[in-house]
Ligand binder design. Structure first.
Ligand SMILES: [Zn+2]
Length: 268
């Protein structure tokens, strides 16, 4: 099958918590995701309290890989102990090939759940840690374009693999990062199917197909026509269809190129 895909950004633990069907990933995959095209998953562990659960999920399921790194919402809870745990799981997971990314890390000034100064400190601290592992960095950036670009330029070397996850910021920020970082990719979620998501539509049109990644950010961001439901990886075809429409290319071209991008970025 040529149209396989990887959901490059999903929160399996929170998805199962919200799911009205089952709490077990294996059954969930068979009964709910239920999509033969869905080849692999990258589960994001980004809260200090759920790192252990994430570690369990990636080790119990052959097709699930992981990324570890603390979300900007949780920056105030970033401690030496949390950092030690990140270090431990990433070191072990890199050896087995099950940890393929660092994140999601970044800045979120929309909710400001952690103070901006704390967010910036923790972002920089985690960038430095991520670079010691040479893993792709998964970036969560929201309404913090200026500070984000400043920190990225100062601390992230130009040959780093970057995944701009669930990208909804201005097209100009994506354009700058893509131009300066040849291994940066833009992650597209169900947001692209929303009528109001003009930024994301512009970004998809302006970004070459070989710089895009498919992701759900499940359980959030369910694409149309599933809005209001718990999002899951089986909904990715709706995202791929919208990308194909916006770019005026065949759907198979979207799947084939993005599957290759995933291999290039995450090595899976
Ligand atoms: Zn996420």
């Amino acid at each position: 099958m040529t149209s396989l895909f990887v959901d490059t950004h999903t929160h399996i633990d929170s998805t199962l918590e919200r799911s009205e069907y089952t709490k077990d990933f294996h059954s969930f995959r068979q009964e709910v995701i239920c999509c033969e095209q869905c080849e692999k998953f990258i589960h994001i562990s980004c809260e200090p309290t759920t790192l252990d659960v994430g570690w369990k999920i990636i080790n119990e399921n052959d097709e699930v890989f992981g990324a570890f790194g603390i979300h900007p919402h949780e920056a105030q809870h970033y401690t030496d102990e949390v950092e030690a745990k990140l270090r431990e799981y990433i070191t072990k997971g890199k050896e087995t090939g099950k940890v393929v990314g660092f994140g999601e890390i970044g800045l979120d000034y929309h909710y400001n759940l952690s103070e901006q100064a704390v967010q910036k400190d923790v972002f920089i601290r985690q960038i430095k840690l991520a670079l010691t592992f040479s893993l792709p960095i998964v970036l969560h950036l929201r309404e913090a374009d200026e500070d984000a670009l400043h920190i990225i330029r100062e601390y992230i070397p130009k040959d780093t693999f970057i995944h701009l996850h669930c990208y909804t910021s201005l097209p100009s920020l994506a354009a700058s990062i893509l131009a300066e970082y040849p291994h940066a990719y833009v992650g597209i979620t169900g947001v692209v199917t929303f009528k109001s998501a003009t930024n994301t539509h512009e970004v998809v049109k302006a970004t070459p197909l070989n710089r895009l990644l498919l992701e759900t950010d499940a359980p959030y961001m369910a694409p149309i026509p599933f809005r209001g439901k718990t999002c899951h990886s089986g909904m990715i075809p709706k995202i791929a269809e919208k990308i194909a429409a916006l770019k005026g290319v065949a759907i198979d071209e979207v799947y084939t190129q993005i599957r290759q991008n995933t291999r290039d970025c995450y090595k899976i």
